[in-house]
Design a protein around this ligand. Structure first.
Ligand SMILES: [Zn+2]
Length: 627
């Protein structure tokens, strides 16, 4: 497409590269962008112009783009184009040529008349072609949307910088940045030694949890840089946690590598909860920017790669323990520990075990404490919560149901308002940061660099919020219409049937629960054999329930009742061995499906308090004492 637009008549004329940065500050500080602009010279040569006929116009460096009057470079360019001396005009984004739209349209006009092409980094436009003309017009309009352009430049600039290992980001703890931008190991010996201790400990133990426990036992804390605004960058010491140690072990910076783009954000993979594009971590081999031996290392690159493999395998082992997560535990993700307030995780049993999953408060354990905080079988809790849910949504309690819906509606409105406010605030701050940046004395380079950094930060925040806002708008589209409201009311009448239908999946049951329930809190410590369940409904009301704990063995395997009652009858007259033989003859088998032995019979007698071979009266109800 590009080559078909360029004819020899174009190449015979001069190619003009138009370079411009609007303030001297940008000229001196924002070299990245300037560099990209000068790269256009190479592009002109690549498109077929001889080096001698490529001219760079950079007289307008440091002049405002809002009007052409003070930009002699632009005027010269327009004059040259008008005289028919120019074959092509190259610029960074086509829109940058002129901020002022009237200048821009005039230039397109003149280029059209004189048969001059316009090109940027990605495409070549011929202003004589209606389509291209339209595109150029749109580009000019877009240039007025300052944020858009700035964002593109920011993004491209970032990658350009990152590819050379020059893009700065907050360094991981253990490194400090020198005045020239180089990474140095932290001068604080304690920081360096503590990090080395972590790596050594992992080398020795091979499991992150063990490393955390080891650190805790030794009473060793880990250094952290403060990221909050006040006291930004200062060093504090914190209790080691699983995630901190994970982060340290996963960070390639400690192996001396400069890495950018470790995660990619794919729009097709979104968090079902927040709707945000979830980060997908790339393989080491796929990292777009990876500069090894960029700075002094704490561990070798080989060891880093080995650690990643080790971590992956550990994870895999954990994962294999449970059944695939279709998940029978209905409260997964909304259940909290009533003792310590943390979110509880679900421990699935293997299919063979046929036990129902458990809710476990694991975080303390993972962070090196002696044992888990509390643990309970999901079945009785799920059953109680589901019952409460069905009662709450039953026609008798329709009011609750409609309240729930109103609550959802209100939340959508108030969330939206919050997001709007947030965005407005972020935009204001970006404008403020830009003004501060533009007004600082260019010779005060340190201040200017800091201000530029803040400005960039603000712009990124705006972009991020805009994306979140758009996503939330899309998500909120299921706002309830009166018809839907009626349909749901209708549905709530049929809910018990739907709930228990075989075609309803656990996934759907979970969704139904979440529509009405904000969270569930359980506490099974203070009362023996009892679990206190607190349901927090989305309406804001709270329901308290008491659930009986499943006693150990209640649902485990049982010796067949018939065998037990026969044992009870025979005990006064026969030996254990004789009883076992009689049971086996009768075709009875133990709980595990095996033939009875004298030991087995003895165990049941001791359990039920029967003496062997001693004549004594039989219990009245032998069947009631089964295991
Ligand atoms: Zn807990």
């Amino acid at each position: 497409m590009t080559s078909t637009k360029i004819h020899s008549t174009h190449c015979e004329r001069t190619a003009f590269v138009y370079v411009r940065q609007s303030t001297w500050l940008q000229v001196s500080e924002n070299r990245e962008s300037t560099e990209r602009q000068y790269n256009l010279r190479e592009r002109a040569i690549g498109l077929g112009w001889p080096e001698s006929r490529v001219e760079v116009i950079d007289e307008d460096q440091g002049r405002s783009g809002s009007t052409a009057i003070f930009r002699t470079g632009f005027q010269r360019l327009a004059a040259e184009v008008g005289l028919g001396n120019v074959g092509i005009v190259l610029m960074l984004e086509a829109s940058r040529l002129a901020r002022n739209n009237s200048d821009w349209y005039r230039l397109i006009e003149i280029c059209g008349i004189s048969g001059t092409l316009i090109a940027d980094e990605s495409a070549v436009y011929n202003p004589r072609e209606p389509n291209d003309r339209l595109l150029l017009g749109v580009k000019g309009t877009l240039s007025e949307a300052e944020l858009f352009t700035l964002r593109t430049r920011l993004y491209e600039g970032r990658w350009n910088k990152a590819r050379k290992g020059l893009l700065r980001f907050p360094l991981p703890v253990g490194y400090v940045v020198a005045t020239d931008g180089a990474w140095l190991v932290d001068p604080d010996t304690q920081v360096r030694e503590r990090l080395s201790y972590v790596f050594n400990s992992f080398r020795r133990l091979g499991v992150v949890r063990a490393v955390v426990r080891d650190l805790r036992q030794q009473g060793l804390e880990l250094p952290t840089r403060v990221t909050a605004r006040e006291a930004y960058g200062s060093l504090i010491w914190k209790q080691p946690t699983l995630s901190t140690v994970f982060r340290i072990l996963h960070n390639p910076a400690y192996a001396g590598a400069y890495v950018y783009g470790r995660s990619e954000y794919l729009s097709d993979r979104r968090s079902p909860k927040t709707g945000k594009a979830s980060a997908h971590v790339r393989n080491v081999a796929q990292w777009p920017v990876r500069i090894t031996e960029h700075h002094p290392a704490y561990i070798g690159w080989e060891e880093f790669v080995k650690n990643q493999e080790q971590l992956r395998q550990n994870w895999g082992r954990d994962d294999n323990r449970g059944v695939p997560r279709e998940g029978r535990a209905l409260l997964q993700g909304i259940i909290y520990c009533g003792v310590c307030g943390r979110k509880m995780s679900v421990q699935n049993r293997s299919v063979k075990e046929s036990r129902s999953p458990s809710y476990v408060c694991m975080q303390g354990y993972q962070n090196g404490e002696e044992k888990t905080c509390q643990c309970m079988t999901s079945r009785p809790i799920d059953a109680a919560v589901a019952e409460a849910f069905l009662v709450a949504i039953s026609p008798v309690n329709l009011k609750v149901a409609t309240q729930v819906m109103d609550q959802i509606d209100q939340e959508l409105v108030s969330h939206r308002r919050q997001r709007e406010l947030q965005l407005e605030q972020a935009r204001y701050q970006a404008r403020l940061a830009q003004r501060q940046y533009d007004s600082v004395d260019p010779s005060n380079r340190l201040v200017a660099a800091e201000l530029e950094r803040r400005w960039n930060e603000k712009l990124e925040r705006v972009t991020e919020l805009e994306r979140a806002f758009a996503q939330a708008e899309r998500d909120a589209e299921w706002k309830l219409t009166p018809e839907e409201r009626a349909a749901i009311t209708e549905l709530s009448r049929d809910l018990p049937a739907i709930w228990s239908a075989e075609t309803t999946t656990n996934q759907e049951r979970k969704q139904l629960l979440r529509m009405a329930i904000e969270s569930v809190q359980v506490e099974g410590v203070s009362q023996a054999g009892q679990i206190e369940v607190q349901i927090r409904w989305r309406t804001g009301t709270i329901t308290m329930l008491n659930v009986k704990r499943t006693t150990p063995g209640e649902c485990s395997l049982k010796t067949p009742e018939e065998a037990v009652s026969r044992i009870h009858k025979m005990v006064p007259r026969r030996t254990y061995a004789e009883i076992a033989a009689a049971l086996n003859r009768a075709g009875l088998r133990s709980a595990f499906g095996r033939r009875f032995t004298s030991q087995h019979v003895g165990y049941i007698c001791r359990r039920d308090g029967l003496g062997g071979r001693k004549p004594r009266s039989l219990p009245e109800t032998p069947g009631s004492v089964v295991q």
